[in-house]
Design a protein around this ligand. Sequence first.
Ligand SMILES: [Zn+2]
Length: 142
Amino acid sequence: MIPLEYLEIKEVDNQELFIIKKTFLAQVVENSEFYLDEFNPLLRRIFVSKIIEYGSILNLYFAFGKLGNRWGPYNLVEVNGKLQRIYLENISCSHCGWEGLIGNPSVLDAYIGAKNYEIPKSEKPCPSCKTKLSRHAFYIFR
Ligand SMILES: [Zn+2]
């Protein structure tokens, strides 16, 4: 289990989520087998590889929540003081070829365990040519 001082506990969509403080992400990766012992090995590998790849991105948070007797991973972005669940997706613009990482709030996997939630409607266009993207980009990380 991750030490409590590494975590910020927040109620998101009526579910208690354990958000790993950005300053401790490296320690969690380093000691993942010990700290993430509640995760099944495959989930732990995916979670850790995402932290390694995207952990330095500002405003992108890594969290987990309890689902019965197991744990599920979540990604969150904070916009206007509100934490939004998102699914990370690498996409490209079919119009201009721009490639980037977006936060998609419409993937229902992100809401497993949420007791009530509303999927935000706002959506960002391609940052390069302003065309509507093929996926729901609530947030563009890079
Ligand atoms: Zn474009």
